[in-house]
Write a protein that binds this ligand. Structure first.
Ligand code: BJW
Length: 239
C-alpha cells in the first residue's frame, strides 16, 4: 500500500486540555513571568533561584494527578500505530511528557521538563524532584551545575538535522496547537512545502499569524479536531 508520510508538529495548544497552560494565552505563563526572566540563559545566570522555582512549579504540575494525556495525544498514537515508523514522524515543542505517556515516539526539540543537564560533565538524566542551585549532579557530584534540560531563547533546538530530513520527505505536514511565533519551528511549514512538497494543514483553536501559509486551516479544540482528522484520514486510506 502506498501510504503518505505524515510529519506532525505539536505546540502548547495540544496540552491545554490536559491542564497545562499555554505560553501566550491571557492566563499564560508569560503573564506571571516575563520571557526574559525565565527562558534565557542570561536570566538563569542572573537569577538561577527564580528560574529553578519556575521550572519546579511546572514539573510539580506535570506530575500531579490532574494532568494526563487528552484525546488529541491518544489520536496521534492511533495515527502512529496505523502508519508505523516509516510514515509517521512527530516533533514537539512541548517539554511535557504527554506524547511519551501514550507511547508515541517523538523528538522533543525544546527539551524535556523531567530531565536535567549537568554543565560540568554534560550528563543528561531523569529528575522528577525539585531542583535547587546546590543540588549536586548524580554523575560528577558537583553542586551548582545542574540546569533544566530545556532550550531557551538564543539556544539551538535539539536534533535539527534529523527534523529537517524528516520535513524534506513529508507528504503531509500537520501543525497542531502552536502560535507559529517561535523560530525555527515557525518555519517548518515553509520547509515542508518548499523541500518536501507537502500538503500543509494547521489545527488550532483560532487563526494564527501562520494560517495563511497552510493549504488548510481547521479551527477548534485539539481534543476534538485531532481525533476527527485522524479518524477521517484512516478511513480515507483504508488502514
Ligand atoms: C489551542 C488550544 C486548544 C490553545 N486546541 N489549539 C527574529 C526573527 C526570527 C527569529 C528570531 C528573532 N529574534 C529571535 C529569534 C529566535 C528565537 C525566536 O523565535 N524568537 C521569537 C520570539 C521571535 N528563537 C530561538 O532563539 C530558538 N533558537 C534558535 O533560533 O536558534 C538558532 C538556530 C535554529 C536552528 C538551527 C540552528 C540555529 C530557540 C527557541 C526556544 C524556545 N523555547 C521555549 C521555552 C522552552 C522551555 C519551556 O517550556 O519553558 O519554548 S519559548 C516557548 O515558545 C516554548 C514553546 O515550545 C515555544 C512555542 O510556543 P507554542 O507551543 O507555539 O505555544 P503558544 O502559547 O505560543 O501558542 C499556543 C497555541 O495553541 C495558540 O496558537 C493557541 O491558539 C493554541 N491553542 N489552546 C488547539 N485547546
Amino acid at each position: 500500500m502506498n501510504l503518505p508520510k505524515i510529519v506532525v508538529l505539536t505546540g502548547a495548544g495540544i496540552s491545554a486540555e490536559s491542564g497545562i497552560k499555554t505560553f501566550r494565552d491571557q492566563n499564560g505563563l508569560w503573564e506571571n513571568h516575563s520571557i526574559e526572566e525565565v527562558a534565557t540563559y542570561e536570566a538563569y545566570i542572573k537569577n538561577p533561584e527564580l528560574v529553578h522555582q519556575f521550572y519546579n512549579a511546572r514539573r510539580e504540575q506535570l506530575l500531579s494527578d490532574q494532568v494526563k494525556p487528552n484525546p488529541a495525544h491518544h489520536a496521534l498514537k492511533k495515527l502512529y500505530d496505523a502508519l508505523g515508523d516509516d510514515h509517521f514522524f512527530l516533533v514537539t515543542q512541548n517539554i511535557d511528557d504527554l506524547h511519551d505517556r501514550v507511547d508515541t515516539p517523538c523528538v522533543h526539540m525544546h527539551g524535556e521538563l523531567l530531565k536535567v543537564r549537568c554543565e560540568n560533565c554534560s550528563e543528561i538524566y531523569e529528575h522528577h524532584a525539585h531542583l535547587y542551585v546546590e543540588t549536586p549532579c548524580s554523575q560528577c557530584a558537583q553542586p551548582g551545575q545542574l540546569r533544566p534540560h530545556v532550550v531557551w531563547f538564543g539556544e539551538i533546538p535539539l536534533q535539527m538535522d534529523y527534523i529537517y530530513d524528516q520535513l524534506a520527505t513529508a507528504d503531509i505536514f500537520l501543525s497542531i496547537g502552536t502560535s507559529g511565533l517561535v523560530y525555527p519551528a515557525a518555519q517548518f511549514v515553509q520547509e515542508a512545502k518548499r523541500v518536501g512538497g507537502a500538503k500543509c494543514i494547521e489545527l488550532n483553536r483560532e487563526h494564527t499569524p501562520r494560517s495563511i501559509d497552510f493549504d488548510q486551516s481547521i479551527q477548534g479544540l485539539a481534543g476534538d479536531t485531532v481525533p476527527q482528522w485522524v479518524d477521517q484520514f484512516i478511513q480515507e486510506q483504508g488502514i
